[in-house]
Design a binder for this molecule. Structure first.
Ligand code: HSE
Length: 429
């Protein structure tokens, strides 16, 4: 039986989960694939940490070249995380003829072309299933079983941390800051949660999905991105009253040969399958022109779900090596010429504002919206004690409009002193 030797860069949580996945299911993997996969060398500084896996001290190295230059190693798994040195390490591995598997969305999104080119040039495989949606096999499905389709839209909840926070806010009526604190204590959110809560992690993943689905390169920085830090308990309550749930959505769709994409919190109708995706779970919704609607659902993070995706890639490459066909056909970016990237098109919006508690204010606001051609779908004014003179809260769901036009209308409403403050603007799906 052929043995495939693997070098592992990084034995943190995901590295340990990947190692454990192989260890746990080794017998079955060997029986199903006809190859013996062995992790033989590990680049890791923290050699003494307690880990629930069988590693021996001689497997550790502090020198990445021990892996890149080892002629016996066929596959390198990169699980260090972050853009550098991970990208340079992957490039070196590819240049040394190693197949590369990674879970690192930041590095793949930042250096997609460079890494793909290097894989192509060196006739090796470069796989990154675990970088989007953790254990969900979305990239493999799109590039194998679903190749017979053309896709015009992808929508996803692809960050577990923010979905956990929004779910807890919705279910228990809690404020963002309080949930974040508990999530950090429970280990669901990082000590520095910026990349997750500001939507950066989602933009990295969406950039990768766009590359595979549309053959278009849109860097994460080009994707209009908004996180969840401004979402209030009131927004969540209003969403529920109007029949929606707030979710952080990654969206990319083709509209008249233009690619529209963004990462934003959005009101998702409670009846939509994405609305029932709770806590740390992820889901990706696609519509193909043959298969129609599909939703992929599962754990988007965690050592074992991510380890499952990492090892899936390693197994696929190992089988291809054993068959002597371990190289990929890399699609040329044919669709890119037909797609112009645009940030955001027309959408329905939820707007929450405060206004003076005087007769006729609602009429003035709705008239002003009408002057900008913006129709009203639903409106709700909160009961207030008219005697106190406090401002009243009014929330609207508005008909489709560009964000630019909406902002112009709201500036005019504030300028005319009809409203006192705009509290939230959230896209409605
Ligand atoms: N921080 C990411 C999340 C981990 O919360 O989904 C998986 O990419």
């Amino acid at each position: 039986m052929k043995t495939i030797k693997v070098g592992l860069l990084g034995l943190g949580n995901i590295g340990t989960g990947s190692y454990k996945t192989l260890e746990m299911n080794k017998k079955q993997i060997t029986a199903n694939t006809g190859v013996d996969i062995e992790i033989t060398k590990i680049l890791e500084r923290d050699v003494n940490r307690e880990r629930d896996i069988t590693v021996t001290p001689d497997m550790f190295t502090q020198n990445p070249d021990d892996i890149f230059l080892d002629p016996e190693i066929d596959i390198v798994i990169e699980l260090i995380g972050g853009i550098e040195p991970a990208s340079t390490f992957m490039l070196k591995a590819l240049e040394n003829g190693k197949h590369v598997v990674t879970a690192n969305k930041a590095a793949v999104a930042a250096n997609y072309d460079m890494l793909m080119e290097a894989a192509k040039k060196n006739k090796v495989m470069f796989r990154f299933e675990a970088s989007v949606g953790g254990g969900i096999p979305i990239l493999n499905s799109l590039t194998t079983a679903l190749l017979a389709n053309e896709f015009d839209e992808i929508l996803g909840i692809i960050n577990g941390t923010t979905n956990y926070i929004l779910t807890q806010m919705t279910e228990f009526g809690l404020d963002y800051a309080d949930v974040l604190k508990v999530a950090q204590e429970k280990g669901f959110a990082e000590a520095d949660p910026t990349a997750d809560v500001e939507g950066i992690d989602v933009a990295n993943k969406l950039s990768i999905l766009i590359s595979l689905i549309f053959g278009s390169r849109v860097s994460p920085e080009e994707i209009p991105t908004e996180g969840i830090t401004k979402i209030t308990k009131d927004d969540i309550d209003f969403a529920v009253q109007f029949g929606y749930k707030i979710k952080l959505l990654a969206t990319a769709k083709k509209v008249d040969k233009q690619l529209e994409c963004h990462v934003q919190p959005a009101f998702v109708p409670s009846s939509h399958p994405l609305a029932s995706v709770s806590n740390e779970f992820n889901a990706i919704f696609v519509r193909g022109n043959a298969v129609d609607e599909l939703m992929f659902y599962g754990k988007g993070a965690g050592p074992l779900p991510t380890g499952s995706a990492v090892m899936g890639d390693v197994i696929e490459i190992s089988k291809a090596i054993a068959k002597g066909s371990a190289f990929d056909h890399y699609a040329e970016d044919s669709i890119i010429e037909n797609l112009n990237f645009v940030g955001e098109g027309q959408n329905k919006y939820y707007v929450s504002l405060t206004a003076k508690n005087v007769p006729g204010v609602m009429g003035k606001i709705t008239t002003a919206l009408g002057e900008y051609g913006i129709g009203i779908d639903s409106v709700m004014q909160l009961a207030n004690d008219a005697q106190t003179g406090d401002d009243v809260s009014i929330v609207f769901i508005l008909h489709e409009v560009t964000r630019e036009r909406l902002d112009e209308a709201l500036v005019s409403i504030i300028g005319n002193h009809f409203a006192t403050a705009i509290k939230s603007i959230i896209r409605v799906m």
